[in-house]
Design a protein around this ligand. Sequence first.
Ligand SMILES: [Zn+2]
Length: 337
Amino acid sequence: MKFCKKCLLPETYPGIEFDDDGVCSVCRAYEKKWKNFNFELAEIECERKIKNAESQYGTVVVTCSGGLDSSYAILLMRKKFDSNVVGANFDHGFVSDTAKKNLNKISKILNVPIITIKPDFDVMYRLYRDFLIKTGDFCTPCCQGCSRSGFLVARQNNTKTIVHGGVSGSRVEFNVLGMLKHHYERFMRYTDNNYTPDELYNIVTPTDEIKKFELISLPQCFEWNENKIIDTLRRELDWEFLPDGRTRHIDCLIADVSDFLLQKKFGFSKKWMTISANIRAGIIDIEQGRESIKQTEEKLLDEPKDAMDLFLSKIEYTRKELYNLPFYIAEPAVKYL
Ligand SMILES: [Zn+2]
């Protein structure tokens, strides 16, 4: 199996192409996009937008899960811009205690009110099951919900500006070539009219409603170095990660199940995609990345039993049914790395 000479994405990555030097199309596009990018200017422009929004609406919303990117986004907003912010949080039904603790610390230390949007959990678990059965993974309803909380809290606070730490479109974007499709249209297609508008109200935002708001992604304008971010969060917020040392997706108790199933479906997980993104951005070198991918992907060869038990019990589904789904046919690429 072939891997990109620069970022280690495997040749089985959907839509990827390699040039004669063995470098992938994602790396080539990355070089082009960021070569002449003016970060100073991007920061200034971002600050201008935030200040404008504040003077117009009095406050801006920051979506926050207690995880790494969103905690840093809210910290930047308070410490760098001294902004008047309200946090918008979504309870997806699998929130970890660590995330709850981090949210409490953010709220207290940074003096930020955080509003949690709670969906009807029966609906949420039904959605996870439907997506699992129809697509082989189940993250889309939660992705929709996390973003939905921003719009709902913005409405409650009469503001039209939502700031977030989502890395899409930034130098550390991991979901390259649109591999994981979590957008509204796809969401609606798979819900297949089986849910009432009321049931979905707290979970999903129609595209034409999204257009009425201004979304600002901080990772697109600022340095977004995972290692430095963790240091800063620990120092400033006494921020915690999971007991097993995991620093990404600490807000979700079943993130390992998602990665485990992604590896079975595609041959590699979101963790691999994230590490490749960090290599492209120069945050880690290729050999560090290779070691890191090997470690994390090999762990996923075995089912994360406790997390899987929790997931299956909540969505009322059995292991037998899960493993009989037709999606899990890929060979783990890590065997060849
Ligand atoms: Zn590459």
